[in-house]
Write a protein that binds this ligand. Structure first.
Ligand code: NAD
Ligand code: WQD
Length: 335
């Protein structure tokens, strides 16, 4: 089975490519490298011990996609390609709607032209907005507080409509919670541009000496210690969820919406503590005001993923911190 992985050079994509190849899938990576380096693919090649087919192109460009589908008989697409910076999406909403929403529409049109109707899409827990309670099940009300989140909501709706119009489509909407960690080799991992927005890369960059101090955004939430609680999930567990989704897709046609989380929440200060234990490094921090748009608590009910995909997270917080640190320590400046 040949799988097209859009955004396959990125953080989650590169880890998923490793697992797909290890599971015996043929993989074609498609990426415009707007937020990734070809070096990530070179390192994936070292991990799996084989050359990977990479095509540089943009999902919004039909010609680029035709090139892929003419050269390869693609059976399914795992669609990671997208922009993901929440703050930037507020500043430049049209860039996000063009890239994430229009890009997905163009991709689906070209897929249909080539009779490829299986897609696994990277959605996000952000589509639950500010959930009224936790843990979060897939049937919770949906909302968005920024253009990035809305782009995910829109794409979910678009893919549901695509299926309604033609029941031959197989659509899996995977809603990720907070991916962290890295491949156990320490050779691939998250490599954000500029100052990290997300907690774990900020912690690791502080520990390695690239940042002076972590700002903890708010200590007055109604949580265990006042700091925000999230469901951190090891990126290799997340990648495995995609392999399980592809296995499942072979035998069904419909839309499936699935949370990928661990079901356990950790506060910011619990994360700092766990990281210090795993790395042996002190992470200096200061309490700062709440970050606009943040919520107090967010964690998954992952039982549907267990039931439908026979998937569950296997890696705990210690391994997440150890692997994040190994990647950062060995690659202080990223790829
Ligand atoms: P990433 O930025 O590392 O990977 C995205 C990849 O897509 C990059 O390699 C980038 O170069 C590529 N890309 C972007 N626009 C493209 C386009 N128009 N054409 C071709 N390639 C393009 O991000 P990631 O963390 O690996 O996230 C992957 C997906 O998962 C994204 O869709 C993101 O929104 C979603 N997601 C991420 C998180 C997270 O916290 N990392 C959480 C939930 C959902
Ligand atoms: C986690 C916790 C912060 C940085 C974001 C996106 C979401 C999804 C994942 C893609 C919060 C606190 C953070 C820092 C801090 N991405 N924090 N100091 O906000 O849950 O989700 O990434 O879909 O859409 O919104 O993740 O890692 O930014 O924050 O105190 O320097 O860490 O306030 O409580 P978040 P995060």
């Amino acid at each position: 089975m040949k799988v097209l992985v859009t955004g396959g050079a990125g953080y989650i994509g590169s880890h998923t490519v490793v697992l797909l190849i290890e599971a015996g899938y043929d993989v074609v990576v498609f990426d415009n490298f707007c937020n990734a380096s070809i070096e990530s693919i070179r390192r994936v090649e070292k991990i799996v011990g084989e050359e990977i087919t990479v095509i540089e192109g943009d999902i919004r460009n039909r010609e680029d996609l035709h090139q892929v589908f003419n050269a390869h008989k693609i059976d399914a697409v795992i669609h990671f390609a997208g922009l993901k910076a929440v703050g930037e999406s507020v500043e430049e909403p049209l860039k996000y709607y063009d890239n994430n929403v229009n890009g997905t529409a163009v991709l689906c049109e070209v897929m249909a032209e080539y009779n490829c109707k299986s897609i696994v899409f990277s959605s996000s827990a952000t589509v639950y907005g500010d959930p009224h309670t936790t843990p979060i099940t897939e049937d919770f009300p949906l909302s968005a507080t920024n253009p990035y989140g809305r782009s995910k909501l829109f794409v979910e709706e678009i893919l549901r409509d695509v299926y309604l119009a033609n029941n031959e489509w197989k659509v899996v909407l995977l809603r990720y919670f907070n991916p962290v960690g890295a491949h156990k080799s320490g050779t691939i991992g998250e490599d954000p541009n500029g100052i990290p927005n997300n907690l774990m890369p900020f912690i690791t960059q502080t520990a390695v000496g690239k940042r002076d101090v972590l700002s903890v955004f708010g200590d007055d939430y109604d949580t265990v210690d006042g700091t925000g609680v999230r469901d951190y999930i090891h990126v290799v567990d997340l990648a495995d969820g995609h392999v399980k989704a592809l296995d499942k897709i072979k035998n069904f046609t419909k839309v499936m919406t699935i949370n990928l989380g661990t079901g356990k929440g950790y506060s910011v200060l619990e994360m700092v503590k766990a990281f210090e234990k795993a790395s042996g490094k002190k992470v200096p921090y200061q309490i700062a005001p709440r970050r606009a748009g943040d919520i107090a608590t967010c964690f998954a009910d992952p039982s549907y993923a267990k039931k439908i995909l026979d998937w569950e997270a296997t890696k705990g917080i210690d391994e997440m911190c150890e692997d994040s640190w190994k990647w950062q320590r060995r690659n202080p400046d990223g790829f």
